[in-house]
Design a protein around this ligand. Structure first.
Ligand SMILES: *Cc1c(COP(=O)(O)O)cnc(C)c1O
Length: 400
């Protein structure tokens, strides 16, 4: 058997060399090579793809299956190799490069001429390399989005998958989640209607329903968002629409001066939403925290009274469960009491702390969570899903 393989390899090798020299790349030859792929692929894949371009791939070329297969297998191999390397505990978790250094060693220009498929593989590998000094020639890039995606997702977080990499905001690489990401990229669909994505629509429905059950919202509604910052903004918009329905037709001028509250340790996105949604950042009031970084309920009440005295309308309180820097949990129940008393919308920003809802040991940090009217929860943080994966949940099913 071994001898048979050896002979075949030698034959294939000389045939390959012959073809390479003569630049005669035939799909039929590729098929032969593929049959002995495992043994010779690594050695010859480079040459195999050198004379092929995007136009040789499906669906641009009807007979492009073999080249497409070869190309994608090579990409997967590069990615798997990257996973192996980045799980090597002898390597550093972080080896930071400043942007100007990166720009010196990387060619970000877009070439005029099409690049062959092998060059794209080289680009993928280069994008995953940290020590770019070892690259002799500067790579060029034509499949822009492909490169950009791989570059920015993997390169800029090069050692994210390292076993020693663990952070409350994003964890190491979860292989199952990675498989899901590849699957969704391959399915390449959107979520317009049930007809276009039946499985994904139902999947979304049941996963979000389950998350609401975990929170303690038996009814309600949820939506996936581009990130926690946008989830917080969605919550603010829904709160305004629900509490001031006239806003929809009459606009902001029809409403009193509205005021939002958030702790001084909360995520900047709340202030950002204040600016974006037309409230003004001055009307997003930062409530002082105790030494552990938790919002002080008495301070909130004092500031609410102050706003009422000015004729303003306090309407939204953002309670952070898991502050971004200190990891503090604002006390939900006392804040919920104040919100009930003054008719304000209680939102919980549990972008990373939401993961604690799944922990029998730490769930109590979010006691009272079901009293909120909305909650931001990012599976891409404590739950380890791949970035980006953010959800926002509402206690009531809101329609406008
Ligand atoms: C990370 C974080 C956000 C923002 O989430 P993105 O997905 O990065 O937009 C908001 N709030 C808190 C408390 C966070 O930790």
């Amino acid at each position: 058997m071994e001898r048979y393989h050896k002979n075949t390899i030698i034959k294939c090798q000389s045939f390959a060399l012959h073809c390479i020299l003569k630049k005669q790349f035939e799909v039929s030859f590729l098929k032969i090579m593929l049959r002995f792929k495992k043994l010779i692929l690594l050695k010859y894949q480079k040459q195999l793809l050198i004379d092929f371009f995007i136009s040789d791939l499906l669906p641009l070329k009807d007979s492009g299956y073999q080249v497409t297969r070869e190309f994608l297998l090579s990409v997967v191999e590069i990615l798997i190799d990257f996973i192996k390397k980045s799980n090597d505990r002898s390597t550093k978790v972080v080896d930071f490069h400043q942007p100007d250094q990166l720009m010196q060693v990387f060619d970000f220009s877009i070439p005029e001429d099409p690049q062959n498929l092998d060059q794209l593989l080289v680009d993928c590998k280069d994008a995953l390399k940290y020590q770019v000094k070892t690259v002799d020639s500067c790579p060029s890039h034509d499949l822009l989005c492909f490169f950009v995606a791989i570059h920015f997702i993997l390169y800029s977080h090069i050692y994210k998958a390292h076993p020693h990499y663990f952070n409350q905001l994003s964890c190491g690489l979860d292989i199952v989640s990675l498989a899901g990401e590849w699957l969704t990229a391959t399915a390449n669909t959107n979520m317009f209607t049930y007809e276009i994505a039946p499985i994904f629509i139902l999947m979304e429905h049941f996963i979000l329903k389950k998350m609401r059950e975990v929170i303690g919202f038996p009814n309600g509604d949820s939506i996936l968002a581009p990130g926690g910052a946008i989830s917080n903004m969605y919550a603010i918009l829904v709160a305004r629409h629900t509490m001031f329905p006239e806003y929809k037709c009459k606009g902001l001028k029809a409403l009193p001066q509205m005021v939002l509250y958030t702790s001084e340790h909360s995520h900047y996105s709340v202030k950002g939403a204040g600016a974006t949604c037309g409230f003004g950042t001055d009307n997003v009031i930062e409530v002082p925290c105790d030494v552990n970084g938790r919002m002080i309920p008495e301070e909130l009440e004092r500031l609410v009274k102050e706003a009422y005295a000015k004729g303003h309308r306090p309407f939204f309180v953002n309670c952070t469960c898991g502050t971004t820097v200190l990891g503090a949990f604002d006390p939900i129940n006392p804040l919920a009491d104040i919100c009930e008393k003054y008719n304000m919308w209680l939102h919980i920003d549990a972008a990373w702390g939401g993961g604690c809802l799944l922990s029998p040991k730490h769930r109590n940090k979010l006691n009272g969570v079901e009293r909120a009217r909305s909650i931001t929860w990012n599976p891409h943080k404590l739950m380890g899903s791949l970035l980006q994966c953010s959800t926002v949940h509402f206690r009531e099913n809101v329609t406008f």
